[in-house]
Structures are given as structure tokens and as C-alpha cells.
Design a protein around this ligand. Sequence first.
Ligand code: HPA
Ligand code: ZN
Length: 337
Amino acid sequence: MPVVDREFVTALPKAELHLHIEGTLEPELKLELARRNGVDIEQDTVEDVRATYDFTDLTSFLAVYYPAMEVLVTEQDFHDLALAYLERAAADGVVRAEIFFDPQAHTSRGVPFSIVVDGLWSAVQEAPSLGVDAALIMCFLRDMSAESARETLEASLPYRDRIVGVGLDSDERGNPPEKFAAVFAAAKEAGYRLTMHCDVDQDDAIGHIATVMDEIGVERIDHGSNILEDPALVAEAKQRGIGFTCCPLSNSFVTEQMKGAEITELLRSGLKVSIASDDPSYFGGYVADNILALAEAQQLTREEVVTLARNSLEISWAGDEATQGWLRRLDEVAAQG
Ligand code: HPA
Ligand code: ZN
């Protein structure tokens, strides 16, 4: 018997902190945008689109993920994509969404940086009408060069006030965090908050985690559950309050399992673990689905589910005042029946 139901999970105010906007492209919207922009994607039905969802690891996922973005062309497309996500997030009780976007996946296809940011930003500005406070995090693609990341950082500076932080995603194989140490130092200098992906079960995952904590100086790690391999790093992450954004359903697609036992062990060790959906249109669920899947698989207590939501709010970059308000609401919901 699950200890929490969907109604309770939805009622908890929560922040979603690991969400790639390009990974929210549902098949229906993909088909609509393909028609709108006259892009031939050689798929005519939702079933055709889903038939391309054939992946077993991060690399094979990315091989499906990037080509799908071809349908995103205009400012309106980026707006519609983000607004559709924000509506889903609101329905799941998300009060704060920190949304990753990958400018290089678009600029490399000839879509200007300004089109991407202007489109996403117009949706971010509409988010409060849905009861969501939204923000943008710009990710660099780690399988592109450090120079390209540097150019992207430069391109972002006129939009500095619309972007809260920077992250690092895409294929980790052969692309360790130190490749981007100088770019992240420059981003920090420009006032950006820092997070980075440390994907699950990568080569030298634990070495990458040590680097992002000790050399890059991130505040959060996206995924990061391999930290369990080094108890001293677990203790350091706890002491420093480093946030973790874990994605159970995503894990079950790119590895053999959702890594529920690992996520639960981190949570029970007192680390600031939060749950998010990563690329929900590809991995079969939004944030409430992820929390429910983990809670059921690991028989989490009601209190532990509340802690996941509390952690997400505490490690968000929304600022103290908003966070304190959400935490009070969380306590009220948790106190009910
Ligand atoms: N890891 C790396 N790259 C990604 C991911 C991820 O979880 N999602 C989208 N791009
Ligand atoms: Zn991710």
C-alpha cells in the first residue's frame, strides 16, 4: 500500500529544479510545430513519434532528443513549449520551476539566441498567472567545445537579468567537468548561480562529483547519486548543504533502474535531495509521477515525501522571502490529516 496518494503529493508546494524545456516536447506539440513550420520530420502520428523513443542509455537518448528539436524555430514555438510545461507543472503543485534550456542546440541549427530567450521569457512572465514562479537556467552542452560554451556565455550577458544560473548537460562520456572550469568561473563572476549534471553511472562518476564540488564550486548537482561511492564526499555535501536533483523515471530509462535505493539512502543520510522529471515527455512522467514512483518503490514515509518537497524549496534559487512563504504553506499541507 502506498503511504501517500497523488492528491497529497500534488497538494505539497514544491520546486522543480531539473527540467529540460526541450525534454517537455510532447508528441502532439511536436507534430503541430512541424506542420506550423513546414518541417518534414517523417512522422505523422503520435505513435510514429513514440516509436522513435528507443533508448537504453544517455547517449542513445540524446540521439533521439536533439533531432526532435528541429521543429522549434520561432519565438512563438519556444513560448508555446514553455507555457505547455508550466501548465503541467502547475497541475502538479509546482510553485517554483527553474527551467533548463540548451541554447547551443538551437544556435547550432541557425536559430538565434535572442529567439530562444525571448520566447522562453515571455512564458516565464506568464507563469505567475498559473501560480508558478519560473526562472531560466542556461546549460552548456558538454560535448561541444569550451570555446563554444564561452561564446554562449558572452551571448547571454545582455540577458543576464532573465537567467538565474548556468548548468552543464549532454553527453558526459569523455567530457569531464574540468573542461568547463574556466567558463564556470567566468559565469560565477558574472553573477550566475552554478549547477552541473553528474549523470548516473558514468565513467569516473565519483571523480566528476569531487571536481564539481571542490573545483567548480557548484551549489547543486543534477543527478549525482553516485556520490554514495565516497562516504567522505557524502559528509562534505551534507555539511555544505549541496542540493541534489534526482530523477527516478529518467534513471529507469538511461540505466537499468530508477536508483530508488540510492536516492533514498541519500535522503536518509540528510542530504538535500529533491525530485524532478528531467525530460518528462520522453521518460513517462512529470514531477508528481516521479515522486509517487519513488515513494511506492521505496515505501517512503509521508514525512520523507514532505522532506523531498521541503528540500526542493530550500535549495531553489528563488530567494528567502518567497521560499519562506512556500515553506509555511508546505507545513500547513503536511499538518492536515
Ligand atoms: N543528462 C544529460 N543531458 C541531458 C539530460 C540529462 O539528464 N537531459 C537532457 N539532456
Ligand atoms: Zn538532466
